[in-house]
Ligand binder design. Structure first.
Ligand SMILES: [Zn+2]
Length: 195
C-alpha cells in the first residue's frame, strides 16, 4: 500500500511538472481485457479540474474512482468502495478533497442562510455542513475563502471516519489489509498534499 501511494504521488509530480507519462497502449488495453487490479481506490469530487487519473498520471486499470460533488459519501459511494476493497483487493483508499470546491462553497452559503437550489443539492450541502461548522469554530475570525479551504480539509477527515465505520472496511483495517489516507489537491499549484 505504501508503494501504491508513492506511485500516485510520483504521478502527481509528473502532472505538476507537465511531464505526464501515461499512454494507454493497445497492449495495455489487451491486458486489461483479462480483468482489473487497481492499486488504489480514490473518492474524489466531481469537479472537472480534479480528474484523478489525470492529476495522478495514472493509466487505465490503476485506480478505482468514485466521484461525487464535494467527495461526499452516501450508501452508493460507500458500496462502491466496499466492492473494490472486497472483490478487487485494493489495499489503499484515498479521500481526495480539493481547493476552490464548489460543493463546499455551496455548503458555506447554506450555513450563512442561503437556500439550496433543490432537495438533491441540499442533500450534498447537508453532508458538508458539519465540516463548515467545525472550520468556523476553529477559525472564528477567518474570511469565507479561508473557511472554505479549512472546511474542505475537515470534510475529507469526516468522510474518512465514515468509511472506517463500514463493517467491511473496518474488518480489512483491523486485519492490516487496507489503509485510508486523506489528501487535498491544489488547483493553483497542481499538487496533491497529504492531510
Ligand atoms: Zn469540489
Amino acid at each position: 500500500m505504501e508503494d501504491a501511494l508513492a506511485k500516485l504521488l510520483k504521478g502527481n509530480e509528473n502532472f505538476a511538472c507537465n511531464s505526464c507519462q501515461v499512454k494507454v497502449s493497445p497492449e495495455k488495453r489487451q491486458e486489461l481485457c483479462k480483468g482489473q487490479c487497481p492499486s488504489a481506490i480514490v473518492l474524489a469530487c466531481s469537479d472537472s479540474r480534479v480528474a484523478p487519473e489525470i492529476i495522478f498520471d495514472a493509466s487505465l486499470g490503476e485506480i478505482f474512482v468514485v466521484r461525487t460533488a464535494g467527495n461526499v459519501l452516501d450508501k452508493i459511494a460507500l458500496g462502491s468502495i466496499e466492492y473494490a476493497a472486497l472483490h478487487l483487493h485494493t489495499s489503499l483508499i484515498i479521500v481526495l478533497g480539493h481547493e476552490k470546491c464548489g460543493a463546499v462553497t455551496a455548503a458555506c452559503k447554506v450555513e450563512n442562510g442561503a437556500q439550496a437550489e433543490s432537495p438533491n443539492i441540499s442533500a450534498i450541502c447537508k453532508k458538508i455542513l458539519p465540516a463548515v461548522k467545525a472550520a468556523k469554530k476553529k477559525l472564528p475570525s477567518a474570511g469565507e475563502a479561508e473557511i472554505i479551504e479549512k472546511a474542505s480539509a475537515i470534510n475529507v477527515k469526516k468522510v474518512i471516519s465514515k468509511i472506517r465505520k463500514s463493517h467491511i472496511i473496518s474488518k480489512l483495517l483491523s486485519e492490516g489489509k487496507i489503509k485510508i489516507v486523506g489528501a487535498k489537491h491544489s488547483i493553483t499549484c497542481s499538487k496533491v498534499e497529504m492531510l
